[in-house]
Design a protein around this ligand. Structure first.
Ligand SMILES: Nc1nc2c(ncn2[C@@H]2O[C@H](COP(=O)(O)OP(=O)(O)OP(=O)(O)O)[C@@H](O)[C@H]2O)c(=O)[nH]1
Ligand SMILES: [Mg+2]
Length: 342
């Protein structure tokens, strides 16, 4: 199966390693009287570092392991021995992870490109041993400093989908059915609203191996921008989509009016985030095999003047033109721009 069910928000408790304490020690050796101070420094504590990893596509592993700690460093030792530094704790996250402080809500950063790293808790510094306090007036120093504590934090990690295309529509419009036609994903399909609870990503693969990531986003409802029906959580995933595919139920199941649906959906997106009104989109009229769909389509075209592609996701009709449209949008327009730039 090529679709991914994932956890998109997890709380992470992190603790960096403490620095080791400096050591107080004096050289004691046969035939070397008053050997002088030789207490070494403590090691540095490991930090907790988040690393963006191309093989991760969910925060699920962290949901099961929410405590991530780096080890404490070793204390300094006699004979001028430095305590061992402790290793950093590397935490792999998926690309598109946004990190905020759970206590202050402060934005800490985001990891988008595989290989990017972010230090989220700094390890403590090692303390210094008594050897450093030696001076002509202080020949047997007993001073040393303690290592500092490693930082401790609670974070929220949120995954914003990095999909190329987001399917947006009211519950039951046929988004999951369309996803299963466009990609190899097998989302659950059922004749009741809110079948899809978590966003699902499928990959549309063309014959020349070009690929597009398509996200089936759970159905939006009126008031989503105010948080109604988990609205914020769903809308968050649309923010990053480069393209929106509006899926309308042209059959008008449950007395719905698809034209009104479309206008409301656009409003919800705009109210959630102004920039979303600039995301390019295509409207597809689904369930064109059902009675009443033609009339609804006519009304839609008259009222909005939008270009619309008629499909029946269930019967698999009209899917190819949608694929071609997406191909042209993503791969051919770009080529034209590149050519003209030369
Ligand atoms: N007649 C007809 N029914 C369809 C078509 N596409 C989907 N359906 C039906 O509509 C119902 C809802 O389909 P889903 O794909 O689960 O809808 P969804 O938009 O993913 O719904 P949520 O996940 O609940 O938001 C199912 O019973 C489908 O069989 C179509 O082209 N024609
Ligand atoms: Mg669904």
């Amino acid at each position: 199966m090529k679709h991914v069910v994932f956890k998109d928000r997890v709380k992470l408790y992190i603790r960096a390693g403490n620095g080791g304490n400096g050591c107080v020690s004096f050289r004691r050796e046969k035939f070397i009287p008053r050997g002088g101070p030789d207490g070494g420094d403590g090691g540095h504590g490991g930090s907790v570092i988040l690393r963006c990893d191309a093989n991760e596509d969910s925060l699920l592993p962290l949901y099961y392991q929410p405590h991530q700690k780096a080890k404490h460093a070793q204390h300094g030792m006699g004979s001028n021995c430095h305590g061992r530094n402790s290793a950093n704790c590397m935490v792999k996250v998926a690309s598109g992870t946004v990190i905020t402080d759970a206590e202050t809500d402060e934005f800490i950063g985001e990891l988008l490109v595989p290989g990017d790293e972010l230090v989220v808790a700094k390890g403590g510094r090692g303390g210094i041993g008594n050897v450093h306090f030696k001076s002509s007036t202080n020949q047997s120093p007993r001073q040393f400093t303690d290592g500092t504590k490693g930082e401790e934090r609670v974070l929220w990690l949120e995954l914003k989908l990095m999909a190329d295309v987001g399917l947006v529509g009211y519950p039951n419009a046929g988004k999951s059915t369309l996803l299963s036609r466009l990609t190899h994903a097998h989302p659950k399909i059922a004749p009741y609203p809110f079948t899809t609870i978590n966003p699902i990503i499928g990959t549309l693969e063309y014959e020349n191996f070009s690929r597009l990531r398509i996200a089936d986003i759970p159905g939006l409802i009126d008031g989503a921008h105010e948080g109604v029906g988990l609205g914020h959580q769903f809308l968050r995933h649309i923010e990053r989509s480069k393209f929106i595919l509006f899926v309308l139920d042209m059959a008008g199941t449950d007395e719905r009016n698809p034209t009104e649906d479309f206008l409301h959906l656009k409003d919800e997106l705009r109210l959630h985030m102004e920039e979303l009104s600039c995301t390019p989109y295509l409207v597809v009229a689904n369930k064109m095999d059902s009675p009443g769909a033609e009339e609804h389509l006519k009304e839609f075209e008259e009222r909005t003047g939008e270009i619309i592609y008629s499909i029946s996701a269930e019967l698999g009709e009209g899917i190819e033109p949608v694929k071609e449209f997406l191909y042209k949008h993503f791969f051919e327009t770009r080529r034209v721009v590149e050519e003209s730039a030369e």
